[in-house]
Ligand binder design. Structure first.
Ligand code: UT7
Length: 357
């Protein structure tokens, strides 16, 4: 028995921007971007919101719309839990998950957002598996909590809104998109075989994005600031910071390559498996070179990794489920295959999960 993946889907915004087009914004070129990252183009949400992308990916995963992979159509009332993994939700309140719950009409779902940066989908799926296992064991149900039999996990990002489009070392990397997976507790299937989550410190702030609240706060160290002066005084004091991703690329690169290899090694060890047992590894798509470094460290053939970074770029929490849906669409994963999902990113977070398809 276990938590089985029974559907997945993806969504990319309509606008696709080629590397050379970014020359209009920053001093860069196609050759640098392709050789340093493997990225050729990315999709940018102009009209689409984070919620629009999340909805499209979810509908494919639920078998409501064509384009995804699903074992059957899931009815709205069947979903008990909805997690949206994101760092770029449309609102602080309601959560992206609450908005998506209403958009999709999932009457029985509890819904919340999860921020584990680019590792979000691995974290989210691990939470789902744990709640399903507890429910199946009667722990959650017996305590009068919400039993979870089926869950929808979505990774959705509109990173273009938190990208500094004047900073060439970051803006060429990111894109918008969404991916989704539907999981079901099945007495007959193994499903998730193990997962391994890690948090470590990022003491130098190698990867950050400040949350900038725009409302003036009429207080200072001396107490209340008169209304008339509040906005100007507070903005001046705060220096009107911008909400954009900043990154020390090389520091993050080193962390990423090490963390990715370690996470795969640990999850396989915990599950009593070796790389030879694995049909496909779906990694976070931050940089093709990071995957190559990790593959070398793991002594694993690059063919085992599924990459779709070339035309999606780095979509943070959307990256793993988007690549997973892409792998299913490409026919790379068949029933019974063992698959590893692995992520790494801001926090620093990292983690891997292995499941039997
Ligand atoms: O998803 C979250 C996790 N994120 C990651 O995993 C990203 C990790 N980091 C990386 O993928 C890489 O570090 C980058 C792709 C961000 C950068 O690649 P790099 O090989 O580490 O390049 P670098 O930062 O060492 O820069 C090399 C040169 C510099 O010029 P100088 O100082 O050698 O003259 C940069 O100014 O490349 C320059 N450069 C660029 N040139 C053209 C930086 N960005 C660009 C650009 N176009 N877009």
């Amino acid at each position: 028995m276990g938590c089985a993946l029974i559907g997945c889907g993806k969504a990319l915004p309509a606008l696709e921007v080629q590397n050379d087009e970014l020359k209009a914004l920053v001093d860069t070129n196609n050759e640098w971007i392709v050789t340093r990252t493997g990225i050729e183009s990315r999709h940018i949400a102009v009209e689409e919101t984070n919620l629009d992308l999340a909805e499209r990916a979810a509908r494919e995963a639920l078998g409501w719309d064509e384009g995804g992979w699903s074992e059957r159509r899931i009815e709205p009332e069947e979903i008990d839990l909805l997690i949206v993994c994101t760092i770029s939700g449309d609102n602080l309140v309601p959560s992206e998950a609450s908005s998506l719950r209403m958009r999709l009409g999932l009457p029985n779902a509890i819904a919340f957002d999860l921020n584990a940066a680019c590792t979000g989908f691995v974290y989210g799926t691990t939470v789902v598996e744990a709640l399903m296992a507890a429910s199946a064991a009667g722990v959650a149900g017996a305590a009068g909590r919400n039993p979870v039999r089926r869950a929808l996990v979505v990774g959705a990002e509109r990173l273009s809104r938190i990208t500094d489009w004047a900073e060439r070392s970051t803006c060429v990397l990111f894109g918008d998109g969404a991916g989704a997976g539907v999981f079901e507790w099945d007495e007959e299937r193994a499903g998730v075989l193990g997962s391994h989550l890690v948090n470590e410190d990022d003491p130098t702030g190698a990867l950050t994005c400040a949350l900038t609240y725009d409302m003036p706060v009429p207080f200072s160290e001396d107490g209340i600031v008169p209304d008339a002066n509040a906005e100007a005084a507070v903005r001046e004091k705060a220096g009107n910071p911008q909400q954009a991703i900043t990154m020390n690329g090389q520091a993050v690169f080193k962390f990423a390559a090490r963390a990715m290899a370690d996470a795969v090694t640990c999850v396989l060890e915990n599950a009593g498996l070796s790389l030879d047992d694995i049909a496909c590894i779906v990694p976070h798509q931050a940089n093709e070179r990071i995957v190559k470094f990790a593959a070398k460290k793991l002594e694993c053939d690059m063919d085992k990794f599924h990459l779709c970074i070339a035309h999606a770029g780095n979509t943070s929490a959307a990256s793993v489920p988007l690549a997973l849906a892409d792998a299913y669409a490409a026919g790379r994963i068949k029933r019974g295959d063992k698959v590893v999902l692995v992520g790494f990113g801001g926090g620093f977070t990292s983690g891997a999960l292995v499941y039997e398809a």
